[in-house]
Design a protein around this ligand. Structure first.
Ligand SMILES: Nc1ncnc2c1ncn2[C@@H]1O[C@H](COP(=O)(O)OP(=O)(O)OP(=O)(O)O)[C@@H](O)[C@H]1O
Length: 350
């Protein structure tokens, strides 16, 4: 008996000569929500389509709930995989009521059992009472929740969601992404979704995989991804910040334009070597009392915070996230101190 619901072992997929998924492996255990995050064209949708059984495998193996479903030359048909799918455009049937939309995949149940199941699913997504409405009579966010109810109704082993929030406006997208996480957790669903929006990935997923050009660069939780990115590419793609030049001075000290940073780190080289140090905007604290001054180069007002781009005395640039009570214009010198709690170093120029 395995707790693994989804296992991808070294899968590769190509369209003609174009290799779009390269030796990708990951696992999801029961009840876990995973996310593939990456820029447009990096192969996220192709991975979903391959898991759903719409694309053949070039190499590797896919197992669902312990059963092999894809290997090169053989593939279990999509309809036999017990997978639910949610797409960005909801794909509800416009001429069917909400009840009939959710009941659509419930083959083999009698009418009474269908009513119970549909009502249960609509309650789960907060739309009890909407059974008789048509899709055009409810909002986009509600339609996406109906799509979720429809996908979960047949009790799939795994739910796949392709950019499920991308058709919604920003505020609704944030709210719905949190609601969807709550719904999936309440239901105990195992799900994999894809997005190019990192806030969405952080809000919804337990495990996030960053993809670039068909390769999975890192598969870990949001905290790990943000604070311990596996390489400079992941560091730049996830979150903000800079790679600040530094020199490793000892096992626990690295010298930078922000001063000496002390703490544990794994150095990519021995003492005296040049490195790039990841400095996030919250690692640089605005402090009028600090003797260290930096010049405001740019300011991005964000409502609650201002993201400043600052030039250090060394000439290096850093960013600082500062509550927006205080407001400083480009050219001003402000006091700062470093609060780098996770020291992440990469080989110089990596
Ligand atoms: N049916 C197809 N035939 C040929 N090439 C394809 C096909 N579908 C996708 N591709 C190519 O495969 C690559 C990966 O596409 P995919 O849709 O998986 O990326 P994605 O990360 O999901 O992008 P997006 O976020 O834009 O949907 C792209 O270069 C794309 O042009």
């Amino acid at each position: 008996m395995t707790d693994n619901i989804l296992e991808l072992d070294g899968i590769s997929q190509a369209y003609g000569q174009h290799l779009v998924v390269k030796n990708l492996s990951l696992r999801l255990v029961k009840g876990q929500i995973g996310c593939l995050l990456g820029e447009s064209g990096c192969g996220k949708t192709t991975v979903l389509r391959t898991i759903a059984g719409f694309e053949p495998l070039l190499a590797g193996q896919i197992r669902l709930a312990g059963q092999e479903v894809s290997r090169p030359g053989w593939s279990l048909p999509p309809a036999k995989r017990a997978i639910g799918m949610v797409f960005q455009d909801y794909a509800l049937f416009p001429h069917l009521t909400i009840f009939d939309n959710v009941a659509f995949g419930l083959k083999g149940l009698d009418r009474a059992a269908k009513v119970i199941r549909v009502n249960e699913m609509l309650e789960l997504v907060g739309l009890g009472g909407s059974q008789a409405k048509y899709p055009h009579e409810i909002s986009g966010g509600q339609q996406q929740r109906v799509a979720l109810a429809r996908a979960l109704a047949p009790r799939p082993n795994l739910l796949l969601m392709d950019e499920p929030f991308s058709n919604l406006d920003v505020t609704l997208r944030e709210r719905l992404s949190m609601e969807v996480r709550d719904i999936l957790k309440a239901y105990g669903a195992t799900a994999l979704f894809v997005t190019h929006n990192q806030q969405e990935a952080f809000a919804v997923a337990d495990q996030i995989g960053v993809m670039r050009d068909g390769t999975l660069l890192q598969w870990s939780n949001g905290h790990q991804l943000y604070h311990h990115p596996a390489d400079p590419g992941v560091a730049r793609f996830v979150g903000e910040g800079v790679l600040l030049p530094g020199v490793v001075r000892s096992e626990r000290q690295v010298e930078t334009g922000l001063g000496m940073l002390n703490g544990s780190f794994s150095a990519p080289c021995s003492g005296g070597c040049a490195v790039d140090v990841l400095v996030r905007p919250e690692d640089v604290v605005h402090d009028d009392a600090s003797p260290v001054k930096a010049e405001v180069v740019r300011r991005y007002f964000r409502g609650a915070n201002v993201l400043y781009s600052l030039r250090l005395a060394s000439g290096d640039l850093v960013q600082a996230l500062v509550p927006s009570h205080c407001d400083h214009a480009p050219g001003e010198k402000i006091g700062i101190r470093q609060d780098v709690r996770h020291i992440v170093l990469f080989p110089k120029g990596g």
